[in-house]
Design a protein around this ligand. Structure first.
Ligand code: SF4
Ligand code: SF4
Length: 335
């Protein structure tokens, strides 16, 4: 019988902890990508310098000592890294490990990585040509779909969709596709990076789509976002009732191993030191998080969902902790 990962017990205790410390880590393995999505600033960056495999391992050991529970790898396109299986293996021994991919190389590389994944996200930003147009490469929808079909029966999988002004009309079609494929779909809303074209959806049209997605969620459609996620955006952006952002719950590490503060969106500070050279506890205690509490600029689910988590809200506790833990325990036991 497979061993239950230690984070299952320590993770529950960490969520009770009053001290500000990260629980989730996001690491951009690289900026390079085999797509050129309109809304993405990363493939445009010229400053890519990667960690070696040994340095990746040093980073993971540091995050483990810090008490991080959830490790998410992203890019760029992570499947472009040849040493990805070794990195995921090291992570999987310590954390709940997830990966975000555009799916182009999934068919070719899934067998190398599948046993080290607890969750896989495949990005789809529309159906057929809409996706190809946004992602900048013809045929990318079909390749991603092929990858999803290969992977979905072997690892828990969700489609990851960024809502932009070009695909708002297809949000419900993507929910239907997820239902057909028997996977979940997780939505984010595009925001205007300084380096990318203006892609944020038109405000009123977005409101209608968010309300519709909230309705579909309540109807039991396979939407991964909590209903509180949609409610928080609707309340903040349309009624002026903000959520309290807690970017300190997530630690972001760039391809060079540097910690990005306060979050990848604002990216106000990238220190010159790499994560294993820094006293993270002191940095987290001394950093002025307060001024970001009312930011509400982005609705990235990796920041918003943990920020609105509360033990007194039963539906979030049930969905994120009870159901999540059952699925983690089942996976750990190989059920
Ligand atoms: S697939 Fe992801 S990393 Fe690549 S260009 Fe698109 S959004 Fe950026
Ligand atoms: S809401 Fe603001 S502080 Fe919070 S993650 Fe988004 S950009 Fe960063």
């Amino acid at each position: 019988m497979a061993k239950i990962k230690p984070f299952i017990s320590t993770g529950i205790l960490r969520l009770f902890n009053k001290n500000k410390l990260p629980v989730i880590a996001g690491h951009k393995l690289l900026y390079s990508c085999n797509l050129k999505c309109k809304m993405c600033p990363f493939w445009r960056r010229k400053d890519e310098k990667l960690l070696t495999l040994e340095e990746e391992k040093m980073m993971l050991r540091k995050l483990s000592e810090l008490g991080v529970i959830f490790m998410g790898f992203e890019g760029g396109e992570p499947l472009l890294r040849k040493d990805l299986p070794e990195i995921l293996k090291e992570s999987h021994e310590r954390f709940h490990t997830s990966l975000v991919t555009n799916g182009l190389l999934l068919k070719a590389r899934f067998n190398e990585i599948k046993k080290y994944l607890d969750y896989l996200f495949v990005s789809l930003d529309g159906i057929g040509e809409t996706h190809d147009e946004i992602r900048g490469v013809k045929g990318s929808f079909n390749k991603a779909l092929e990858g999803i079909k290969i992977a979905k029966d072997e690892v828990p999988l969700a489609i990851s969709t960024t809502l932009t002004r070009e695909n708002l009309d297809e949000a419900e079609k993507i929910v239907n596709l997820a239902e057909e494929l028997d996977v979940l779909v997780n939505f984010q809303v595009a925001y205007d990076y300084s380096t990318a074209d203006k892609m944020s959806p038109e405000k009123e049209k977005l409101r209608k789509v968010l309300e519709r997605l909230l309705y579909l969620k309540k109807e039991g459609k396979p939407i991964m976002n909590t209903k509180e996620y949609f409610e928080a955006i609707l309340n903040s952006w349309y009624k002026g009732i903000p959520w309290t952002c807690k970017p300190w719950l997530t630690i972001n590490i760039d391809p060079q191993g540097r910690v990005v503060l306060p979050c990848y969106v604002l990216n106000e500070y990238t220190g010159s030191k790499r994560i294993w050279e820094i006293d993270i506890k002191s940095l987290w205690e001394s950093y002025d998080w307060k001024k970001y509490e009312s930011c509400n600029k982005c609705a990235l689910s990796c920041y918003l969902e943990p920020s609105i988590f509360t033990w007194s809200n039963f539906s979030i506790v049930k969905e994120r902790i009870i159901d999540g833990m059952i699925s983690i325990i089942s996976t750990s036991l190989g059920l």
